[in-house]
Design a binder for this molecule. Sequence first.
Ligand code: RB5
Length: 146
Amino acid sequence: MEKTIIGLASDHAGFPLKEQVKEWLAAKGYDYKDFGTYSTESCDYPTFAHALATAIEQGEMEKGIAICGTGNGINMTLNHHAGIRSALCWQPEIASLARQHNDANVLVMPGRFIEEATAKECVTTFLDTEFEGGRHIRRIESIPVK
Ligand code: RB5
């Protein structure tokens, strides 16, 4: 069976955690595609957010994980894409609810403000939790601005 691919994106502030995430994904049996950045050299998060969002919108993968310093810039950029529901998470409970209630397809974490063990739990929870459906379908369908 083919491995599920997870798309990854970060800026320089998220780069170290993105490298950790790769190890966790591999250990959990996932494949990943890394849309950059590829070092701690200063760069602009929209470049990498747009690349990940476009790949998801084009069906290259279903889910992604994105990281910048606070998580805000990369999250704002991702959520400008119609096919993205990106959730800024700093606790596993929030990652769980982002899947259960929001059917989030991108997990965003604040690389400069999250402990490694917490980030790992957020990743695991995000990947293992299903969307609840029901009343939440109506809500997520009402998100797009017509
Ligand atoms: C980079 O210094 C920082 O501004 C960026 O990683 C992010 O926190 C922006 O929202």
